[in-house]
Design a protein around this ligand. Sequence first.
Ligand SMILES: [Zn+2]
Length: 436
Amino acid sequence: MNPPLEVRARPGLEQGAAFRVADTLAAVRAEDLVAELRALLAVPSVTGSAAESEAQHHVERRLRAVGMDTDLWGIDVAATAADPQFPGMEADRDEAWGLVGAWGDGQGSTLVLNGHVDVVPPGGAGWSAQPWAGQVRDGRVWGRGACDMKAGLACQLLAVRALRDAGVRLRGRVLLQNVVGEEDGGLGTFATLRRGHRGDLAVICEPTRGQVVCATAGALTFRLVVPGRSVHASARLEGVDAVEKYVHVRAALRRLEARRNAAPHPLMAGYRLPYPICVGTLAAGNWSSSVPDRVVAEGRLGVALGETVEGARGELERAVAAACADDPWLRSHPVTVQWWGGQFAPAQVEPDAGVTRLLAAAHVRVHGAAPAVLGAPYGSDQRLLTGLAGIPTVLYGPGDVRQAHAPDESVPVGELVEVTRTLVQLIAAACGPGPA
Ligand SMILES: [Zn+2]
């Protein structure tokens, strides 16, 4: 571990304003982080559920408890969804809440720390721990959202608390943007930006295992409707089995996927499949003794770094059209392609951008070694913060994304501490201390 950074007050401020970040780092304690995370995990804030709103109200109380000013507002979902730049939404919502905590004098740079409170459903199988109990075992905290990304939320909050408890004042400002609806498109971050909460640089504390993710692939949700012709099962040959037609189209999607991953961007070179095409739900037929007349397949198309959303959609549409063209039935009854739900464009900042360098330097002060800087194959709110609002944004947080959305999701306690300490260093470097 490197010697802790000593941050001195800028000229013109009181001499006694110097403070040692080391004192603040010592105030970052594993037991506090675990308790904060467990309280977050106890709220089953599945995307689009009432508990999503409950989570925002819980976090608002926590932001106030650490001394932040808060803006908690009801998002006008219908008006927001009607915005021409709205990024999409899959869950039905009656209500949604925006929440931003702010701290600092606002005389210098504004650092945004962004995190989502919503989580995907736990699913039924494969859990050895209770999804909402926040069990602590084997040096890890377990539960739905443990790594994606309530751990990141806990780190953000306690980094601010540690600095405030040490009597630090910030010349600049730190904003904690707590958002809903990340998992189904980005409603929360979009509404937060529309409300005017912006900054000079941003970090989303998604699970990156303490690596700096400067680029994220896009992800477009699609629906394929594959027609068949239903007849009684006893006369199967008289009908057209939509499932068999779907299998034909699926083979074309696999070939398209291979083509699209043949020469990925260097930031994606470490992934076997940076831009997957995955069908996640299938619905077919309506009676066990009937030839299925229809398949509805919903899936997700990965978008390459530097590729446009329109370009990626065009590739999938052409591949489906070509598959239809070489099937006698589908030629006259073509598959329809619909784009709905989350539409994540890819996003990136340069690996040597200011935000990347500042965060990497903060990481070095805690770990004594530079973090990996790389791309990630999933969509994120980076494309809203960077793409829409022009805020240079990277991802950095505790936990391994391979555990996200899976049973027995968990996060190592050690990473909670390390990421929080890095955020302490980052806030001090980016926002600068004011007089104590
Ligand atoms: Zn996430």
